[in-house]
Design a protein around this ligand. Structure first.
Ligand code: ATP
Length: 261
């Protein structure tokens, strides 16, 4: 595996937020020699093969790899939606590889938020209600106020009463991001979050996610689009379930408005 030094180019906002959130809540993720295998009839499918990975807070990480290389499997393990067949997954030193379903649920509730390619908003709920749901699930007592504030932050203060079908694709993805942010969980996991969006809207969504990393969250974005990885602090590449590269983007980190695809 090619391992390169990576340096995060993060501003003063990041250090302030890291002190406030990182120390209070912590976001270190450790995968040690993790493999994930599925048994399908007589065939054993190795989705991840002996992957070791360590992610600290305040990083914008892009996971790259062709279809079937294990990206979603990796995201699901980090998000404790699944457990490894072999190896150890630990969050802040707490080994969750053999956790009970209850422990996994509790961990997800207070630590992880997910953003999906297809937004996954509740069609019968308004933008505000969708975001409030995220805050409720995370146990926030001031859920409505939080939801309004976060929608304002993603530029949708004027769309709170809109239902998903009344919003553009980019607006729906911003609602999904607002729902994730409303949890105030320190780890943000996004699976192909720009896959359904046009270029300009995709760049806006990436900028929003990048800002979350700069504010102290650990943001992991799965993509098959190499161009997206150019704005990352760190690029992790998978091939046939193996980690084949881990380091800063080739040619140095770019700004989101320099991207082309
Ligand atoms: N539940 C499952 N049962 C059996 N095989 C699975 C299961 N989930 C994933 N796999 C297999 O594991 C491998 C990795 O799948 P994964 O979804 O992680 O890849 P990916 O890189 O996210 O792919 P894509 O970009 O197409 O979404 C694939 O070969 C897939 O067929």
């Amino acid at each position: 595996m090619e391992r390169l030094e990576h340096t995060a180019d993060l501003g003063p906002l990041a250090s302030a937020a890291a002190t406030a959130e990182g120390e209070a809540r912590g976001t270190r993720v450790d995968l040690d020699n993790v493999s994930k295998r599925y048994q399908v009839g007589d065939v054993t499918v190795t989705a991840l093969d002996d992957v070791s990975l360590h992610v600290d807070e305040m990083a914008f990480v892009v996971v790259l790899g062709p279809s079937g290389s294990g990206k979603t499997t990796l995201l699901n393990l980090i998000g404790v939606l699944d457990t490894p067949t072999e190896g150890r997954v630990a969050i802040n030193g707490q080994d969750l590889s053999r956790a009970s379903r209850r422990e996994m649920f509790d961990f997800r509730r207070r630590s992880v938020s997910f953003i999906f390619q297809t937004f996954n908003l509740f069609p019968g709920l308004t933008a505000l209600e969708n975001v409030q749901f995220g805050a409720d699930v995370a146990g926030r007592t001031d859920a409505e106020a939080v939801a309004r504030e976060v929608l304002e932050r993603v530029g949708l203060g004027g769309r709170v009463q809109h239902f998903p079908h009344q919003l553009s694709g980019g607006e729906q993805q911003r609602v999904a991001i607002a729902r994730a942010l409303a949890t105030e969980n320190p780890i943000l996991l996004a699976d192909e979050p720009t896959g359904e969006l046009d270029f300009t809207t995709g760049v806006q969504i990436l900028q929003l996610l990048q800002a979350q990393a700069e504010a102290g969250k650990s943001v992991l974005v799965v993509s098959h689009n190499r161009e997206i990885s150019r704005i990352a602090d760190r690029v992790i590449e998978l091939s046939s379930g193996r980690l084949v590269r881990d380091g800063p983007p080739v040619g140095g980190k770019r700004r989101a408005d320099e991207l082309r695809w």
